[in-house]
Design a protein around this ligand. Structure first.
Ligand code: CDT
Length: 310
């Protein structure tokens, strides 16, 4: 019996600064219902799916940013997503800004099963950008100011018929992210992203090159770890700043098998056969047979590059 997860990726169009949570959740609900109508088992939503990408705004007083965070999940605005998903018997994965009871701030993604139980929680490890206002940038990217690096590592969960993992946006650019999950036998990695279409520090870099980077790292992660990878954008023009689209589902050969065509709310689908991971996991990427960990020490003992002396 093949293990097929019918996966929906629910790309979001832009969310404006003044858009209320209730309205955003209504948009997410519409896509959840579309996915359920197509008999999907699981639907993936973007990073920080409930708000505009607020790390582009500078606030001297960090506590003034707490209004972008969720102190409860589900909370008043999001409970309907959980209730509807339970009624429809569909799982989902959702990114949001998490404020813990200890008042810690994380960029978080959860995995919720078809009974609406939170079965997995991931907190973004690789936080891009900077912590202070930088006037030389065309726009700010203050994730290092508003979030702590995730404290949960890269766990995977056996749920909904497979071995599932999550990461968030910038994490996809780091091969270590996928390899740590690959070493736990991951079969499906789900991630959301908010990625500016252009580079605030390199205006000549084209949108096409940046889309290439987006897909390249996810396709490599899928192939090199013999797993499915799904990437879900929040896309379009938020307050004059454009975020790339390109949401996709990638098979364990690293091929894109479903790709969003718009920069708006759009649901894409694919039947992901988790057994399709087995061939590469047992041959080219049979880690137990082929990895040479005696040569990989630098990866976990050194952070920056140290070239040989001149
Ligand atoms: N959200 C997020 O992580 N975005 C980054 C933009 C990097 S530019 C500072 C990304 O890697 O896509």
């Amino acid at each position: 019996m093949p293990r097929v997860v019918r996966l929906a990726v629910a790309q979001s169009g832009p969310i404006q600064k003044d858009e209320r949570r209730e309205r955003v959740v209504a948009r997410l609900l519409a896509m959840l219902k579309q996915a359920a109508a197509r008999r999907c088992h699981l639907v993936l939503f973007p990073e920080l799916a409930l708000t505009t990408f607020f790390p582009r705004y500078y606030e001297a007083e960090r506590a003034d940013m707490d209004r972008w965070f969720e102190a409860e999940m589900p909370g008043a605005a999001t409970r309907v997503l959980f209730d509807t998903a339970r009624e429809l018997g569909i799982g989902f994965s959702l990114g949001f800004a998490e404020l813990t009871p200890e008042r810690r701030h994380f960029n978080t993604q959860i995995l919720v099963d078809a009974e609406a139980r939170i079965v997995g929680r991931y907190r973004k490890v690789h936080l891009p950008g900077h912590a202070e206002f930088e006037p030389q940038r065309a726009w700010q990217h203050l994730e290092k100011r508003y979030f702590e690096p995730g404290d949960l590592g890269f766990p995977v969960w056996r749920t909904m018929g497979g071995v599932m993992g999550m990461c968030i946006c910038n994490d996809r650019r780091w091969p270590e992210t996928f390899r740590v999950m690959g070493l736990q036998g991951v079969e499906l990695v789900m991630l959301g992203y908010n990625t500016p279409t252009l580079n605030s520090m390199k205006p000549e870099e084209t949108a096409a090159t940046r889309m290439h980077h987006n897909h390249l790292c996810m396709q490599a992660g899928a192939y090199q770890n013999a797993c499915w990878v799904a990437g879900c954008a929040k896309a379009g023009d938020e307050d004059g700043y454009d975020l790339m689209a390109g949401s996709c589902i990638i098979n364990p050969d690293g091929e894109i098998v479903a790709l969003a065509q718009t920069s708006d709310d759009e649901v894409i689908f694919h039947d992901c056969d988790l057994d399709a991971c087995a061939f590469l996991k047992q041959t080219t990427f049979d880690f137990a047979a082929h990895r040479r960990i005696e040569h990989y020490g630098l990866i976990s003992s050194q952070t920056g590059a140290v070239p040989p002396p001149e």
